[in-house]
Design a binder for this molecule. Sequence first.
Ligand SMILES: CC(C)(COP(=O)(O)OP(=O)(O)OC[C@H]1O[C@@H](n2cnc3c(N)ncnc32)[C@H](O)[C@@H]1OP(=O)(O)O)[C@@H](O)C(=O)NCCC(=O)NCCS
Length: 258
Amino acid sequence: MERKKWRTTISWHFDGEAYVRGYKLKDLIGNLSFTEAIYLVLKGELPSEKEKKMLDAVFVATVEHSIAPPSVIAGRAVASGGNSLHVGVGAGVLAFGEAHGGALEGAMRFIQENVEKDPSEVVKRYLDEGKRIPGYGHRYYKDYDPRSKRIMEIAKEIGFFGRYCQFALEVEKEIERVKGKKLVMNVDGAIAAVVSEMGFDWRLGKGFFIIGRIPGIVAHVYEELTTEKPFSKRLDEEKEVEYLGEKPRELPESYKRN
Ligand SMILES: CC(C)(COP(=O)(O)OP(=O)(O)OC[C@H]1O[C@@H](n2cnc3c(N)ncnc32)[C@H](O)[C@@H]1OP(=O)(O)O)[C@@H](O)C(=O)NCCC(=O)NCCS
């Protein structure tokens, strides 16, 4: 039979009924928690109790982390320009990158591709090449990231602390040994380790952060739209901006065409 242009394994309709990963959608409603439904959609199977608990912890750890990150600034700034909620939220998601949220993909890839290797050699290679190791370092947390600590505790409690978590912690120690200062395993690093334990592929990495953080961005954009004046998210040029350009100058005569 000729293969059709679009193909999917995720959901389908049979006899007028919607099915997700083979289960009737109506049976999932009221029976599955949101996290269980997310696991089903991403993994294709229903989670065990401990998989659900681990993924729940991942999403709660990600849900919000102040007004300061680029995604919230972008979301609120775009909303303050007179746009509706989805436009602000979309702008916030587009701010995710290698230094914020997007590091989860890099951290998962780093852990999955190097877990069999000697952590000290891996760290040395990265640092010698002047590369940043995704999942380590934080602007505020210099001793430990409380979110990572809690995720690791839960992983230990429910039996998800395996070779990926072990490797991630050894890398943290090794960076400190080589650099002579601590770069904490941040929330991306900790999540990368536990979702690797759960068998998720690194190419899904950014998805965990997007799913977890969107509620926080929605709340911020909603707050912006309902409590702040439009156009309030502009810079105070006198206080906040340093001008480094040319001093005022005359347009050359040859360009004065009127
Ligand atoms: C998150 C991050 C931007 C915070 O940066 P910061 O605390 O302001 O640190 P700086 O950018 O000022 O860097 C300070 C020093 O640590 C180094 N450093 C910071 N993070 C590093 C990392 N992940 N790997 C290797 N070196 C790192 C810098 O190269 C710099 O070294 P130097 O003092 O020898 O020049 C940074 O640690 C980073 O890029 N981490 C990797 C990406 C990541 O995991 N992001 C998710 C954040 S939740």
